[in-house]
Ligand binder design. Structure first.
Ligand SMILES: [Zn+2]
Length: 180
């Protein structure tokens, strides 16, 4: 893999060791091939018992879509791993949020949790002037729920890009669907 560009591993979320039950961190290692394709490897290692696991997630042409609707309803949905192509238009209809991924400084592979927190962070700047703004209250409430890992109301996130978007890993059936 000498020709691939190594990107920094990203700490994704915590999980439990299937062998001893200790809390372990999941890391994502991404590589960009000379052709511009991504190779992602999800790894976990237990410091206590030595358990190791890794799964390879590749993003190939033909496995991405132009429109995906994510349903974030349960805490495990926050761990959904998403691939974002260039200039993804992100819409959260119930919160009247429309934002382009190019306005957020996020990488191409993110969890639903990170995506929501980046959106909240980028919009919060607008809130300082009018703290009692309705949308700001919802954003702050949502941020609190995400940090506690408890989603009280289903959030639909629509991701649209002509360059393609994809769900690399999902932890619940029905967590996402294709759209137009
Ligand atoms: Zn273990």
């Amino acid at each position: 893999m000498s020709e691939t560009a190594d990107l920094k591993p990203i700490k994704l979320y915590s999980s439990f060791c299937p062998v001893c039950g200790t809390t372990i961190d999941m890391y994502l290692h991404t590589y960009r091939t000379p052709l511009g394709e991504f190779l992602a490897i999800l790894t976990a290692k237990c410091e206590k018992c030595g358990f190791k696991s890794s799964s390879v997630l590749t993003i190939e042409a033909g496995t991405t879509y132009n429109c995906i609707k994510l349903n974030v309803e349960h805490s495990e949905d926050l761990n959904t791993l998403i691939y974002l192509g260039e200039d993804v238009v992100i819409t959260i209809p119930t919160m009247d949020i429309h934002i382009s991924s190019s306005q957020l400084s996020i990488g191409s592979i993110v969890t639903a949790e990170a995506l929501l927190l980046y959106i909240i962070e980028s919009l919060k700047d607008l809130c300082t002037a009018s703290l009692d703004n309705y949308k700001c209250k919802i954003l702050l409430e949502l941020e609190k729920q995400i940090n506690l890992g408890k989603i009280e109301e289903k959030i639909e996130i629509i991701l649209k890009s002509s360059e393609g978007v994809s769900v690399l890993k999902s932890y619940r059936g029905g967590n996402f669907e294709l759209c137009q």
